[in-house]
Design a protein around this ligand. Sequence first.
Ligand SMILES: Nc1ncnc2c1ncn2[C@@H]1O[C@H](COP(=O)(O)OP(=O)(O)OP(=O)(O)O)[C@@H](O)[C@H]1O
Ligand SMILES: [Mg+2]
Length: 233
Amino acid sequence: MNILEINDLSKVFNLHILNNKKLEALKSINFTVEEGEIIGLTGKSGSGKSSLMKCIYRTYLASGGQINYRSINGMVDLVKATDHEVIELRKNEITYCSQFLSVIPRVSAVDVVCENLFKVNTNKEAARYKAKGMLKQLGLPEELWDAFPVTFSGGEQQRINVARAIITSPRFLLIDEPTASLDPKTKDVVVDMLLDLKKQGTSILCISHDEYTIEKLVDRRINLHMGEILNLN
Ligand SMILES: Nc1ncnc2c1ncn2[C@@H]1O[C@H](COP(=O)(O)OP(=O)(O)OP(=O)(O)O)[C@@H](O)[C@H]1O
Ligand SMILES: [Mg+2]
């Protein structure tokens, strides 16, 4: 059974500073995601990968088409859903992990990882225990656990970002470049964590330029080229 069905999706940006020039970032996108499937979203820089992910997460409102998501409470078209419905889905089912960590000032690494878990689980100590286990698995030095991630290296921030996204075992995960700044050993840990999530039933859409990650992780690829799907296999 599919969890997501995208029909004829388009996204046009109006570039106000360029005399309302229109930029067609996504054109007639059609695909489905099965439950428990990992799809790799590939394509050159500027091909529309992040825009597609942001349309699904509703950071961007699509210009046309449908994004039918099968939630635990029934079908929702994420293009037409109310803001309230979107907020509930983000809280309970759909998680988005951007390419870079948006750092929260003066919050410890452990508590940044716990952010989504704190929203649904009031037992803070149990949440922190889980977060520490993940940070240990990801090889983040223990002396950094209580430090503020603002000064962390790119790879350290990326590990915090990934841990924060997967700690709640979301039903549907949108993840943008999870391994870009990681060394090979840590890449393997992240890939294994994502495969573990899949075993628990999570469906994943993963953007990556990293052929190694794609090879090990995905069931199927969708390749974008100038806003259109080039091949489905
Ligand atoms: N908010 C926006 N306003 C205007 N144009 C945008 C906006 N977001 C994306 N675009 C444009 O849409 C096109 C696709 O961008 P997008 O970020 O989706 O590419 P991408 O495939 O994720 O690239 P990369 O691999 O570099 O991250 C680009 O031409 C980009 O300039
Ligand atoms: Mg991108």
